[in-house]
Design a protein around this ligand. Structure first.
Ligand code: MN
Length: 424
């Protein structure tokens, strides 16, 4: 753990510059009719879960180039998320992947997480790869498979994941299925979806009353011709049929290029059926690169719809998580940058003059409506994030602090240069 004095010491380097920036921005935002303290309170509250699989170097299917000091146990993964949370005060939850991160002793793992002020976000099942000694294969599908024994294996696995989550205090399971077909004729689309629904209904019945099931979708990959749950419409259909505890989960990378994701958000929230987000960014497909590194304006427009939906619908509270893979950067640095990008987009969207936007929309004043959005998007809100962190004894500049504290070197010294994250 980082000592609080270490962060205070590093903050001294930039405190004067920060205060000057924050005072100026506050003056400007107040003159625009915005309440700075409200924005900071909302930034303080936004916690974005870190997935246990993002703490190591993901690489690509062509190669993997680990940087050393990666966490090789669940305990070390929790330590890494704890470090992030100390630096940014925004990573207060971890999302586990079963079977990669089975908590052998849930009580001890729970105590360790609590010592870092971490909660357990949604647990994730895995039916996209076979585990050693597995009796039936997921090669041709899991919840959709034509073989009832395969389906039963996958169903039982999901129920086990829920049980692990219950022991840790999680409140949701995320189901992402690799199921689909790579060649025309391989699957009967309707029957595959019917079997998937029946399997999900079996899992749904295992959910405790206060739990939620998030249903993720993806248009292609690993299957190239069809996926059983390819889009938000199919996910929504299943969630509706299953019942109130099933919701759709949007993973930003799981869309074909140029899909209007912000509109999907608005439609799902209108139906109170948006469960949460997997944040990442992409240029071509499911690239899983740093959130906000390619399309920050899209991220801002998504948060515009999210804030509108959170204020105007009865959509349940949302679950936020990063779902990324780091092939070049230090995973912890990448997660710091992704978290920053999400909070920037959120803060920018909180700076939108909503009454003025409504007014412009009501008059079909297209130019003004665009101007209002872009005024907010072009505001440099970073001092708000820094102020939020400073007040929570975190770092004014988390990436700078991560480097000045030599955290990666410390981790390499403690864990070894060849320590590889488990699970990937
Ligand atoms: Mn995802």
């Amino acid at each position: 753990m980082i000592k609080p004095e270490q962060i205070i010491e590093i903050n001294k380097d930039s405190i004067d510059e920060h205060n000057w920036n924050f005072d100026n921005l506050s003056t400007w935002l107040n003159s625009c009719g915005l309440i700075v303290e409200d924005i900071i309170a909302k930034l303080n509250d936004l916690q974005i879960a870190i997935p246990s699989w993002a703490l190591g170097t993901g690489g690509t299917r062509f190669g993997r180039f680990p940087g050393g000091g990666e966490p090789s146990s669940l305990e070390q993964k929790i330590q890494d998320v704890g470090l992030l949370h100390q630096l940014n005060a925004s990573s207060g939850a971890i999302s586990l992947h079963i079977p990669w991160d089975i908590p052998e002793n849930a009580e001890k793992i729970g105590e360790l997480a609590a010592s870092y002020n971490l909660k357990f976000d949604a647990v994730n099942s895995n039916t996209f790869q076979d585990q050693p000694g597995q009796k039936h294969t997921y090669k041709f599908g899991s919840l959709c498979d034509v073989d009832g024994q395969v389906r039963k294996l996958a169903i039982d696995h999901n129920k086990e994941v829920i049980d692990h989550g219950i022991a840790l205090g999680s409140k949701a399971i995320t189901v992402w299925l690799a199921d689909g077909s790579s060649f025309p004729g391989q699957n009967n689309f309707r029957e595959a979806l019917e079997r998937t629904y029946a399997s999900l209904a079996d899992i749904y019945n295992h959910l405790p009353d206060d739990w939620t099931m998030f249903i993720e979708y993806k248009p292609y990959e690993p299957n190239f011709y069809s996926m059983v749950i390819p889009d938000w419409g199919t996910s929504h259909l299943l969630a509706n049929k299953l019942g109130p505890k099933a919701l759709t989960l949007v993973d930003l990378g799981h869309h074909l290029p140029n899909t209007n994701i912000e509109q999907i958000v608005a439609i799902l929230m209108m139906q109170n059926k948006l469960g949460g987000f997997h944040f990442n960014d992409s240029k071509y497909g499911d690239d899983d690169i740093t959130t906000g590194c390619i399309k920050p304006y899209q991220l801002f427009l998504i948060f515009n719809e999210l804030i509108d939906g959170m204020e105007s619908t009865k959509n349940p509270p949302l679950s936020w998580m990063i779902d990324a893979s780091h092939n070049l950067k230090d995973p912890l640095e990448d997660l710091i940058q992704s978290t920053e990008a999400i909070k920037i987009a959120f803060a920018q969207a909180l700076c939108i003059d909503r009454p003025a936007l409504k007014e412009a929309q009501s008059k079909s004043d297209v130019s003004l409506a665009q101007q209002i959005l872009q005024n907010a998007f072009r505001t440099d809100v970073r001092p708000l994030l820094a102020e939020s962190r400073l007040r929570q004894e975190a770092a004014i500049d988390p990436l700078d602090a991560f480097r000045k504290l030599g955290i990666r070197k410390t981790l390499i010294d403690a864990r070894g240069a060849d320590s590889i994250a488990t699970g990937l």
